[in-house]
Write a protein that binds this ligand. Structure first.
Ligand SMILES: Cc1ncc(COP(=O)(O)O)c(C=O)c1O
Length: 356
């Protein structure tokens, strides 16, 4: 038994706060499939307002938010979308756009900062005059912040340029904004401005904002009307869903203001890790709440072994590929948790015999 556990596996591991639990217990609810749940309505209106879009729809998860958005834009089977080769939609969502939606992914290389080169995106757009062979490009997807690049942020100028490109070719632009609030806080740019060029955005409330469940997709009235039908098709229409939306609303009210502190703690953790012999963090990559840490070959510990060793100290982290582990900060991690974790990591990496 360890005396203290610090859970840095993900920002999805947070526990609902007392305020969230109270809001859930007291939520005013009705049948949301029929469109009558007032607490769901209130949350959707608020997220639509923050994102500067006409309408919004609560969905059970970020994965379903992305899937519904892609399929709403690509109603013809065999449509093609352009997305980053390390995007969450491409790597971590079971290929749902293909298996469920008949949508073909065309990947473009993600740069280290989460962008894709505009020229490469343009080159990936299919020439409609050869539709006898080519699938039809219908959508470009971006991710902000970009998880696989360590939570780096796409600037509004970059998103605008992709938006202009999409317009030029008659395509739609979707943003996987699972952590758009982290990007907004890190860049000091309102969410509304960051997603101005997008036709749809999927926003997670159960990541950095700490809600127990749920995402919201935003877009035009007509986009959301179609999305609502698809949500039902996929089994994501829920009845007295206000119980969940009540907690998500609290997350939105109380936790956006805490993200700046999360980002500061992520920086402190990254700087501390960099001082531990055998570990290396690219400090420039730490813009939000995610820290990727490389294990140098000289210490002779694999990423799985190090995660196991840290677990023994009560420090929970996840492997992120060969000789790399990841730490994610969230609102239930304190300054003292960060310092305690650094001491334990120091012991695990440099203090233990028989490291292999
Ligand atoms: C960037 C990004 N998009 C989408 C998702 C999917 O969210 P969910 O786990 O709610 O399905 C995640 C989950 O971690 C994510 O990191």
């Amino acid at each position: 038994m360890v005396a203290r556990t610090v859970d840095l596996r993900s920002d999805t591991v947070t526990k609902p706060t007392e305020a969230m639990r109270a809001a859930m217990a007291n939520a005013e609810v009705d049948d949301d499939v029929l469109g009558y749940d007032p607490t769901a309505r209130r949350l959707e209106l608020e997220v639509a307002r923050i994102a500067g879009k006409e309408a919004a729809l609560f969905v059970p998860s970020g994965t379903m938010g992305n899937l519904i958005s892609v399929l709403t834009h690509c109603q013809v089977r065999g449509s093609e979308i352009i997305l980053g080769d390390s995007s969450h939609i491409h790597i971590y969502e079971n290929g749902g756009i293909s298996t469920i939606g008949g949508v073909h992914p065309r990947t473009v290389k993600n740069n280290d900062d989460g962008t894709m080169d505009i020229e490469l995106i343009e080159a990936a757009i299919r020439d409609p005059s050869f539709e006898i062979c080519f699938p039809t490009t219908r959508l470009i997807c971006l991710e902000n912040s970009h998880a696989h690049s360590g939570g780096r942020c796409l600037s509004p100028e970059y998103v605008d340029r992709v938006g202009e490109l999409a317009k030029k070719y008659g395509l739609k632009l979707h943003i996987d904004g699972a952590r758009i609030f982290n990007a907004s806080v890190a860049l000091g740019v309102p969410v509304q401005r960051l997603v101005q060029a997008a036709d749809s955005v999927s926003i997670c409330l159960s990541k950095g904002l700490g809600a127990p469940v749920g995402s919201v997709i935003v877009g035009s009235e007509s986009f959301i009307a179609k999305a609502k039908i698809l949500r039902k098709t996929l089994g994501g229409g829920m009845r007295q869903v206000g119980v969940l939306c009540a907690a998500a609303y609290i997350a939105l009210q109380e936790n956006v203001g805490k993200l700046e502190g999360d980002h500061k703690r992520a920086k402190t953790l990254a700087e501390g890790l960099n001082k531990i012999k055998g570990l290396k963090v690219d400090l420039d990559s730490v813009q939000t709440n995610i820290v990727y840490c490389d294990i140098l070959e000289s210490v002779n510990i694999t990423e799985t072994k190090l995660c196991k060793m840290l677990e023994g100290y009560g420090i929970l982290v996840l492997p992120e590929g060969p000789l790399r582990i990841r730490f994610v900060i969230h609102h239930q991690i304190s300054d003292s948790d960060v310092q305690h974790s650094l001491s334990c990591i120091q012991l695990a990496v440099n203090g233990a015999p028989n490291k292999k």
